[in-house]
Design a protein around this ligand. Structure first.
Ligand code: K7E
Ligand code: CUA
Length: 662
C-alpha cells in the first residue's frame, strides 16, 4: 500500500519537476512591431491600471499597461518603513490581529469592487493567506483603508471573490482546522472528526466600503483553493474548488492526490442569506480583529469582534452541492455569461467545463451519486458537465475570458497559455511562457464585461531571462496582445514579490477620482498642529510630545532641548502644505523605527526612545524643495534627572516651554 502511494507521489513530482523544461521557440517570440505596441511616450498615460498581488511580499503593486511601468507599491499586510506603514503610531493598529501585531502576510488575490458584474473603480479587495485576513484598498488614496481578520479560518486562500454588486466578498479557508470555540488541542491524526472548513461571506457597505463578516458556512474538513461567483443567470451562486477531499493530514503531495476527482462546491448564497435572515444560523463566540483607517483623524482603530453567525451546511439540504472535478482543482472560473464553470485540475490531463443550466437540472432531477460526501449531495459528473477540453496542456491553473467567446488557461507544467473556444472546446492557439506561468490576467477577464485587448502571464521561474542576481531571481510578467487570432508576446518585465492574481481596469475609471491633498482644516488627528504658532513641546511624565509642523523648507520647532534618558518621545508631524505631490519625510538618528512620510494636510506620529545622551539630528527624507537639505533640526538628550528644561525654538526665537502636565 505504502509503496503504491509513494510511486504515485514520485509520478506527480516528476510531472511538476518537468516545469523547468524550456518551451519550444524560446528567444524569437517577440516580433519587430512589439515595441510600438507597448510604447507609451514620455508624459503620456497608460491605458490600464494593473493591480498585482505581491505574494510573499504582502503588498499590492500598481503597474501601467501596456508599458509595464511600476507606478506604486501599496503597503497592505506587511510593514513598510519607507511609508511608515506599521511604524507610525497611527498605522500600527492596522496590523493588529487576535494574535497581536502581525507585521507580514502572503497576499495572493486581487478583486475590484463591482457594480452589475463589472469593476467600478472604488476599491480593491485583497487576501492575506497566512493569518487569515481581508483588506480593502481605497482607490481615491491608493491606501489600505480596512483590514478584517477571519475567525474559524487558517490560511485565507480562496479569497477575495466578489458577487456581481459586491454584496459579498468571500473568504474560504485553505486549511481546515478545529473551529475557534472548541478545544483545538487534539491529535492531528483526528483530522476527519475534528477539522472543519469555513467559508466567510463578508458584506460590503455600498456607501463606504466597510466590511463585516455577515455569516460563515461550516463545511466538512477539506482544503478550499479558489472560487468565483456566478454571473447573470448564475449570480445567486458561488463556486469553490476543493482539494484534499481525501482528508489527509500528512504528506499531502501524495495523500491528497489519491482520488481521481475532488469537488467544486456550488453554494446558493441567496439561500444562505435567507436562512441567516430567518435566524437559522448559530451564534458562535469567537475573537477577531477589525481595523479601520480614518482619513479625517488620520488614525487607525483596531477593535476586537466577538461573535459570528454560522450555518452548518450539512443541516440545510438545498444550500450546497458538490460537483466532482478531476483532479485536485486549483482555479475555478466562471465565463462572462455565467453559464460555464471551468475547473482546472492541477493533475488532470483535460479541462472540464461545467454547465450552470445542467447543474440546475441535475439538482431538480436529483441526478446525484448514490453516496453523499460528508452528508452533502454529490451531483453526477456527467450530469453537470458541458464538455471537456481535450489535451489542453499540463498542469492547468487558471482561466480568464476575453468576452468574445474565448477562454485562456495557464499551464504551469507545460509552461504555456492556451486559448480555446468556450462553445466547441477546441484549442485555438498556444504560446509559451518564460517560465511556468501561475495566474494570468485579462483586464476585466473574470467579470461580466472583459475589456480584452491584453493578457498578462505571471510567471514563477525566470532562469535565463534577465541579468542574474544571485540565488534569487525575480518573477516576471509577460504581456500578450490578444486582439488578433493568435496571441502575441509584446513585453516582459520583472515584478515585485511573487505575483499571483492581478486585475486591471481602464485608467479612466480611476484616474480622475484621485485625492490630491488632505484638507488641513478637516484634520482631526488629536495631535494635529494647524500652524507654526501652535507648534510646541509638552512633557507628560516620562513622555515628551513634540507637536511639529513641516512646510518647505523647515520644521517648527527645529531646536529641542530637555529630553532625558528614559523618556519616550513622540514626534507628531503635521505637513502644512496644501499642494499636490509635496510630502515631507521625517527621520531621527538611531530611532528603532521607520521613517514618516507625511502627505499634505496629514499628521503622523513617530515614537522614539533615545538610547544615549547627546545631540540627535532630525531631517526631512523627501526631496521637497531646492532647500530640502536645509530641512533639518536637532534634539538634545540629557541624562535622567538633568536640570535642562524643556525648551524649543525656530530661528533662535525661543519659546517658553508649555507647562508640563505631570
Ligand atoms: Cu494559483 Cu495562490 Cu491564486 Cu498563485 S494561487 S499561482
Ligand atoms: Cu521636506 Cu524635504
Amino acid at each position: 500500500m505504502i509503496t503504491k502511494k509513494i510511486t504515485a507521489g514520485v509520478l506527480i513530482m516528476s510531472v511538476f519537476f518537468a516545469a523547468s523544461c524550456k518551451p519550444k521557440g524560446v528567444g524569437n517570440a517577440v516580433s519587430a512591431d512589439a515595441a510600438s505596441k507597448v510604447y507609451v511616450a514620455p508624459g503620456k498615460y497608460d491605458e490600464f491600471y494593473n493591480f498585482v498581488s505581491g505574494g510573499f511580499s504582502g503588498q499590492l503593486s500598481v503597474y501601467g499597461l501596456p508599458s509595464g511601468r511600476l507606478l506604486r507599491v501599496i503597503p497592505v499586510f506587511s510593514v513598510d518603513p519607507e511609508k511608515g506603514w506599521g511604524f507610525s503610531e497611527e498605522t500600527k493598529p492596522m496590523l493588529n490581529t487576535s494574535h497581536g501585531f502581525v507585521p507580514w502576510d502572503d497576499l495572493h488575490h486581487v478583486e475590484m469592487s463591482m457594480t452589475d458584474g463589472s469593476a467600478d473603480g472604488k476599491w480593491v479587495f485583497v487576501n492575506g493567506n497566512n493569518t487569515p485576513r481581508l483588506a480593502r484598498v481605497d482607490l481615491k488614496t491608493f491606501r489600505t483603508a480596512e483590514i478584517l481578520e477571519l475567525p474559524n479560518s487558517a490560511g485565507n486562500h480562496s479569497s477575495p471573490f466578489s458577487t456581481e454588486n459586491s454584496e459579498y466578498i468571500v473568504a474560504g479557508t485553505r486549511f481546515s482546522v478545529p473551529p475557534d470555540d472548541v478545544n483545538g488541542d487534539v491529535p492531528i491524526s483526528s483530522y476527519k472528526e475534528n477539522f472543519k472548513g469555513h467559508i466567510s461571506f463578508v458584506s460590503v457597505d455600498k456607501a463606504n466600503g466597510e466590511m463585516k463578516v455577515a455569516f460563515q458556512l461550516k463545511t466538512p474538513g477539506v482544503n478550499f483553493d479558489l472560487s468565483h461567483a456566478g454571473k447573470g443567470k448564475s449570480r445567486d451562486w458561488f463556486f469553490f474548488s476543493t482539494y484534499n477531499t481525501e482528508q489527509a493530514n500528512t504528506l499531502l503531495e501524495v495523500n491528497a492526490s489519491q482520488r481521481d476527482k475532488d469537488f467544486i462546491m456550488a453554494v446558493n448564497w441567496k439561500k444562505a442569506e435567507e436562512y441567516v435572515k430567518a435566524g437559522k444560523g448559530k451564534k458562535q463566540a469567537v475573537k477577531y480583529a477589525h481595523n479601520k483607517y480614518d482619513d479625517i483623524t488620520h488614525t487607525a482603530k483596531s477593535e476586537m469582534e466577538n461573535e459570528v453567525t454560522v450555518l452548518d451546511i450539512t443541516e440545510f439540504p438545498d444550500l450546497v452541492y458538490f460537483i466532482p472535478c478531476p483532479k485536485s482543482p486549483h482555479g475555478c472560473d466562471v465565463d462572462p455569461t455565467g453559464e460555464y464553470i471551468v475547473g482546472s485540475g492541477k493533475l488532470a490531463a483535460l479541462l472540464p467545463v461545467f454547465s450552470f443550466d445542467k447543474i440546475q437540472k441535475a439538482i431538480a432531477d436529483k441526478a446525484f451519486e448514490p453516496e453523499k460526501y460528508s452528508g452533502i449531495p454529490v451531483i453526477k459528473y456527467e450530469a453537470a458537465l458541458y464538455g471537456e477540453v481535450q489535451k489542453p496542456g499540463l498542469g492547468p491553473l487558471h482561466t480568464e475570458f476575453d468576452g468574445n467567446g474565448n477562454a485562456y488557461t495557464s499551464f504551469f507544467v507545460s509552461s504555456e497559455i492556451v486559448k480555446w473556444n468556450i462553445k466547441d472546446l477546441k484549442v485555438l492557439d498556444r504560446q509559451p511562457t518564460y517560465y511556468s506561468v501561475g495566474h494570468l490576467m485579462i483586464p476585466g477577464g473574470d467579470s461580466k464585461k472583459p475589456f480584452g485587448k491584453y493578457l498578462v502571464a505571471y510567471n514563477k521561474i525566470t532562469k535565463d531571462r534577465y541579468l542574474p542576481t544571485g540565488p534569487e531571481l525575480s518573477q516576471s510578467a509577460q504581456l500578450f496582445d490578444i486582439s488578433g487570432d493568435k496571441m502575441q508576446l509584446i513585453l516582459d518585465y520583472p515584478t515585485i514579490g511573487e505575483p499571483h492574481y492581478a486585475q486591471a481596469v481602464p485608467a479612466a475609471l480611476i484616474r480622475d477620482k484621485q485625492l490630491k491633498i488632505f484638507d488641513i482644516n478637516a484634520n482631526k488627528n488629536p495631535y494635529v498642529t494647524k500652524g507654526e504658532a501652535e507648534s510646541k513641546v509638552v512633557r507628560k511624565g516620562n513622555q515628551v510630545h513634540v507637536y511639529l509642523t513641516a512646510v518647505r523648507s523647515h520644521f517648527a520647532p527645529d531646536n529641542i532641548e530637555g529630553v532625558q534618558m528614559g523618556d519616550e518621545v513622540f514626534f507628531h508631524v503635521t505637513n502644512l502644505e496644501q499642494d499636490w505631490d509635496v510630502p515631507h519625510g521625517f527621520g531621527v538618528k538611531g530611532a528603532a523605527n521607520g521613517e514618516l512620510l507625511v502627505m499634505p494636510g496629514e499628521t503622523l506620529t513617530l515614537k522614539w526612545i533615545p538610547d544615549r545622551t547627546g545631540i540627535f539630528p532630525i531631517y526631512c527624507t523627501d526631496f521637497c524643495s531646492a532647500l530640502h537639505q536645509e530641512m533639518s533640526g536637532y534634539v538634545r538628550v540629557s541624562p535622567k534627572g538633568s536640570n535642562v528644561p524643556i525648551s524649543y525654538s525656530l530661528g533662535n526665537k525661543d519659546k517658553p516651554a508649555a507647562p508640563a502636565a505631570r
